[in-house]
Every structure is written in structure tokens, then in C-alpha cells.
Unconditional design. Structure first.
Length: 655
């Protein structure tokens, strides 16, 4: 089929295509190599893949009977009526539940914020309003009132073609020509994050004024802390000390700590940098991070995003940022001890010995899964002592072995290959160029690791692997995982002895995604999964207080599955293991992000990101969007929004 050349004109599509290209040229075994070695073809065909293949050849009635039989053998931890796999311009939730829009792009966050007018936007207004493309959501309960709290929300990136009138079909690479200084500054103000107050009355949540309300943007002053702070590679003309940086960008997933701070993770920061690096001594290292990518117009108006003028500026992005939502005067910290890469999340747990553990994915094809363990234990009685806990500890990278075990290899200067003789001058460089250090350690190349979360009930860790269509035939056998893996899969990690600081772990594949009725896909959902229940491209996930895994997706409707993205409950235990059930769906063009539960599981917050983004040949712009969700009025473009999902009549969501 001939590709429509106009599609390349859209920033979102061009950016995603660019980020689909792996930058990892290391020759360590891929996860596909490891799984192929662990499971022989005969064993695979006798197992779950064989079930999928056989199911594809039997009559539909026989498949239905098999599903009914499997379902009868297991307790149903997701008893809600399953949502059909529709694809349209609005949101849908399972019967018995309600999905209310809580806050939209442009809604007021700070006192005095003007009413949103998409035809008369200003950077000053946007700095007081809810930002664009909400991603991770965290809820911090009020210690005195169960029905109040703070919501923290990441604003990952912007879609100029949907934000501004008249952008139309202009070319995206190096920024849209129609982007002015004011529009770029609006974009910068729409990045970062927001802290808002919310309250529940009669079962419904609403935004309420609180003194903690705050907008963090791409120009908010921040500190670089930890082992890399002050290193030569972090120094710039504007910051000769290498300890102060303006703003955060492309904040994707994240986490909330037990001491009530917000971990927000910078992902595809390379997109914001343009210019040339010829002759720069660290050009190869920067290329490993995809710098410069040149997908915004920021460098035309701000020299710090031009690598030919400020080459070290890009090293100051790609970190986990810690923010205290309850203390607006506390300067956000970029915690360099956790390493620099394209962070997708910060799933965390307090270990049995009291140390705090953070799991992280590096969201690019053929990149890695990481773990950070603090040097000191978490102190539940001394909040102030925990606020710098993340500046000391050990960052490690995962290696998956063929026998179903794995190990964490520490990124510590002077240990193994991480020496000056191999180009690593000090620990700061190991962390700033963590991808290169992980390459040297022989980490397992993964199929685009995104969110990583810990199940508090079982202690097992779930890694969302979205896709990898660059995997070649000779990098895996035909069984598992799959070459040209367009559907993704989920890996389950079990720490050795339940110790999240242990050197070793066991691992399994929970599910390989895609349509199990098509034998060639090789999906391994259980036989109880219905035609509506299977999904592709797992991205973010959440585990509720009962230990149930919920998976959100990114990419289902891009010509792959005929359904929109959304949220699925996925059984991880017992006879029903690998059964998935569709619960919530987002509009066409949108991605489902940020799933987060209140402590009582009575509310589920979801982020609907980039509704109306171009896909499947439908060219969508501010002037002609594919949806006008959530307002559905002629004067409003589609607006990324946060949705609060509750059970009608009360009770736990998903029951």
C-alpha cells in the first residue's frame, strides 16, 4: 500500500516514527534470544502458544465452550460486565461505572487564571492553566480527610497541530514553520506538571482551591543533586556550577513515594534539541541518546536547546525529578543517582530491610530495565530525613538468563568494565551516560520497556514491553518472543527470596499480546479471554490494593487491532492467569495513560492523552480534528483530560 506522504507532515507521527528507531548497537542477547533459549519449540507448541494456534483452527462455538469452561474453574476478581471493543470519538466505561471529566487542558489551576480561549492563547495564561497531554497521575490523600487530597499530573508533550489554529499540514521536522516565539513559549508552559486539590462529595470528585496548587513548566528552576551534580558534563555557560537547570520536559510515567513526594520521569528529552555536533568529543554518546532529534522549534528561540551552542544542556534532561506537592517552596530535584535515560516510570516499594527500591524502564526499542536501591532505609517517622534518600544508592541494570533466572548488574564506577580505560572517567559519567554503562555490562536488550510496577500483595514486578518491530528473524525463533513484535508483551519478575535488593531474580512471560485467534500472532492470553478482552501494546499499569493488575495501552488503533486504546484488568493468579478483560476505552487518536487508584479502590484516575491525534490515514488538526472530545463544541479542539472513574452506588472499581 502506498504511504500517504502527508502523514509525515504531522509532528506526532514523525516523532513516534523517530522514537521507534533503536539507538542501541550493543550485541548482548535480546530478551527474544533468552526466551528462545529457555523454551524449545516443542515445549512452546505444547504450551500456551500451541493453545493459541489450535484455537485459531477450531470452530467459533468450540472456542466459546473452551472459554466458558476455563472461566468456570477460576474465581473472577474482575466481575464487571466487559466493555465491547468499540472505536469512536468518545470514552466508554464498563456498565455499573461512571467516568467523569475532572480537569481539561486549559482549565484553571492557579488563582486568577483566565478562562481558556484556544484562539487567544498566551504563555502567561498557560502557566496558570492545566497543561497539555496529561500522563502519569498520582493521588496524595489528605491525612485528615478521606475525601480530599492532592492530584499530581505529568504534562508530557504538546501537539502543535492540535493546539494551534492554522498549523495544518506544515512539516514537523525541525519544528513547524508556523511556530512563533509566543507559541513556543506556550508549548514550554504546557509541559511539566500540575498539582491540584480535589475533593469528593456524593461520590463525585471536583477540583477545589488549595494553597498547594502549582504548575511546573519547562522553565521552572530545579536542582541537580546526587553523584553527578556539578560534573563537567552538566556545566553550561548559564550554569557554570552544573547544579541548576530550568524545567523538565517529556515527563511520562512516574510514582509517589511513601513520604508523599512525586517522582516524575523525563522520557524523550532528545526531541527538543536541534543543531549539529560535528567534532564534539561526546558526539557518539549523545547519539546513543538520539541527541539531537530536532522535532521542535524551541532552539530557534532558546539557545540552550541548540546543541551547537550549548552541547551540555541535553545532559541536564532525562532524569527522575522529585517534587514535594505539599511544599511549593521546595525546589524540585533531578535525582542523578537514578541514572539518565528515557525514563518511563518509577514503580517503587519499601524493601524488607527498609531500603527504598525504584524500578525503571528505558522506553526505546532494544533498551533496558533498571533498579535503584537506596543506601539508607526509609524512616516512616521522619519525613524530612527521606526527602534526600534518593541521592545515595546503587543503580543496576537487568540481565535475563535463559534458565528463567536473572541478575542485577550494578552501574558502579571501577567495577567490571566501568573504568577510565573503557571511557568512564568517574561515577558521574556512568550515571549521565547510563545507557553506555549498561551496554558495557551486557544488559539484556528489551522490546521497549515502559512502565514497571510492583504488586504489593505478591511482591512480583511487572514490566510493560510495548513493541519492537525492529527485531529480526535471527534474533529470536518463531515461538517467543516474536520477530517484528508489533503487539508487545508483559514480563513478570520475582525477586529472590522476596528481597527487592537481591542480586538475582526469577522471571516469566505473563502474556504475549495481540489477537489470540490468529495463529501467526502467537498471543498467549488464556482461553477465557474473550474477543473484546485481548489487547496490544501494554504501556502503563497499576496494581490496586487487592493486588489486581490493570494495564493501559498505547497503539491499539494505529492500524493494528481495530479498537481504541484503553484499560484492561489482567489476572495474574490461579487458573485464570493471563485472562484479560476490557474495562475502559478512550477516543480515537488518544492514548490511555496514568492509571492510579485511591487507597480505598473506590476511584480510578485515568489520563486521556492526545485525543484526536492523526492515525490510520485520518489527518487531524486544530481546524479539522477527528474528535472534539470532551467538549464536542465547534469552538473547542480536542483537549487532553483527566477522568475520574467510580462505581455507581459506591464500592471498589471493577467489581
Amino acid at each position: 500500500m502506498t504511504r500517504d506522504p502527508r502523514r509525515d507532515a504531522f509532528e506526532a507521527l514523525a516523532r513516534e516514527a523517530h522514537e521507534d528507531l533503536p539507538t542501541n548497537t550493543a550485541q548482548a542477547p535480546t530478551l527474544g534470544d533468552v526466551i528462545a533459549a529457555r523454551f524449545g519449540r516443542r515445549d512452546l507448541l505444547k504450551g500456551l502458544l500451541g493453545v493459541a494456534a489450535i484455537a485459531a483452527t477450531v470452530a467459533p462455538r468450540a472456542m466459546a465452550m473452551a472459554a466458558e469452561s476455563a472461566a468456570a474453574k477460576m474465581p473472577d476478581r474482575f466481575p464487571f460486565p466487559e466493555l465491547t471493543a468499540a472505536a469512536d470519538e468518545t470514552i466508554h466505561v464498563a456498565d455499573g461505572h461512571r467516568a467523569d471529566v475532572l480537569i481539561r487542558w486549559g482549565d484553571p489551576v492557579l488563582p486568577g487564571a483566565p478562562a481558556f480561549d484556544p484562539h487567544a492563547q498566551t504563555a502567561a495564561a498557560q502557566r496558570m492553566q492545566f497543561g497539555y497531554n496529561n500522563d502519569f497521575i498520582g493521588f496524595i490523600p489528605d491525612p485528615a480527610e478521606n475525601d480530599r487530597g492532592l492530584l499530581v499530573v505529568n504534562h508530557e508533550y504538546t501537539n502543535p497541530e492540535l493546539m494551534f489554529p492554522g498549523i495544518g499540514l506544515q512539516r514537523a521536522r525541525n519544528g513547524f514553520p508556523g511556530m512563533t516565539r509566543e507559541r513556543v513559549d506556550i508549548e514550554m508552559a504546557a509541559h511539566g506538571g500540575a498539582v491540584i486539590g480535589i475533593a469528593r462529595k456524593d461520590g463525585r470528585w471536583s477540583v477545589v482551591p488549595v494553597p498547594e496548587a502549582r504548575r511546573i513548566t519547562a522553565t521552572t528552576p530545579m536542582l541537580l543533586t546526587g553523584p553527578a551534580a556539578g560534573d563537567t558534563l552538566l556545566k553550561t555557560q548559564d550554569d557554570p556550577e552544573g547544579r541548576h537547570v530550568l524545567g523538565m520536559v517529556n515527563n511520562c510515567a512516574g510514582g509517589v513515594t511513601p513520604w508523599g513526594t512525586w517522582l516524575t520521569c523525563e522520557e524523550n528529552f532528545n526531541l527538543y534539541f536541534s543543531g549539529a555536533l560535528e567534532g564534539h568529543p561526546r558526539a557518539a554518546a549523545m547519539k546513543r541518546y538520539g541527541v539531537p532529534a530536532g522535532f521542535t522549534a524551541w532552539s530557534r528561540f532558546h539557545d540552550r536547546f541548540d546543541v551547537s551552542k550549548s552541547p551540555n544542556e541535553s545532559n541536564r534532561f532525562g532524569w527522575v525529578v522529585e517534587i514535594d506537592p505539599r511544599d511549593p517552596a521546595w525546589t524540585p530535584r533531578k535525582r542523578t543517582a537514578l541514572g539518565r535515560f528515557k525514563h518511563e516510570g518509577a514503580g517503587n516499594v519499601v524493601n524488607s530491610d527498609g531500603r527504598f527500591v525504584v524500578y525503571q524502564g528505558d522506553d526505546q526499542k532494544m533498551d533496558y530495565v533498571y533498579r535503584f536501591v537506596t543506601a539508607r532505609p526509609f524512616d516512616p517517622l521522619n519525613r524530612a530525613a527521606n526527602r534526600d534518600l534518593l541521592d545515595e544508592g546503587t543503580l543496576s541494570v537487568a540481565v535475563f538468563h535463559a534458565d528463567g533466572t536473572g541478575e542485577w548488574r550494578p552501574l558502579v564506577h571501577g567495577r567490571g568494565p566501568l573504568t577510565p580505560a573503557n571511557g568512564f572517567a568517574n561515577q558521574a559519567q556512568v550515571l549521565i551516560e547510563a545507557r553506555l554503562a549498561a551496554d558495557a555490562l551486557g544488559a539484556t536488550r528489551m522490546d521497549r520497556p515502559e512502565d514497571v510496577e510492583v504488586n504489593p500483595k505478591t511482591g512480583r514486578v511487572y514490566v510493560m514491553l510495548t513493541s519492537n518491530d525492529t527485531r529480526k528473524e535471527d534474533e529470536a525463533d518463531a515461538a517467543n518472543p516474536r520477530p517484528n513484535n508489533v503487539f508487545g508483551h508483559i514480563v513478570e519478575i520475582t525477586p529472590d527470596g522476596g528481597d527487592h535488593a537481591a542480586e538475582r531474580f526469577a522471571w516469566n512471560v505473563l502474556v504475549k499480546c495481540g489477537d489470540p485467534s490468529v495463529a501467526e500472532v502467537g498471543a498467549t492470553f488464556s482461553a477465557a479471554t474473550t474477543g473484546n478482552g485481548w489487547f496490544a501494546n501494554p504501556d502503563n499499569c497499576a496494581v490496586d490494593s487487592e493486588g489486581r493488575l490493570w494495564v493501559s495501552t498505547d497503539g491499539n488503533s494505529r492500524g493494528k487491532t481495530g479498537r481504541t486504546d484503553g484499560l484492561w484488568g489482567v489476572e495474574t493468579e490461579g487458573d485464570g492467569r493471563a485472562t484479560a478483560k476490557r474495562f475502559f476505552s478512550v477516543p480515537v487518536g488518544a492514548e490511555m495513560c496514568g492509571p492510579y487508584f485511591t487507597p480505598d479502590d473506590a476511584t480510578f484516575f485515568a489520563a486521556v492523552q492526545h485525543p484526536g491525534e492523526s492515525e490510520d490515514g485520518r489527518l487531524s488538526t486544530f481546524d479539522d480534528p477527528s474528535t472534539r472530545w470532551p467538549d464536542f463544541t465547534p469552538d473547542m479542539p480536542p483537549r487532553p483530560s483527566v477522568v475520574a472513574i467510580t462505581r455507581i452506588g459506591g464500592g471498589r472499581v471493577g467489581t
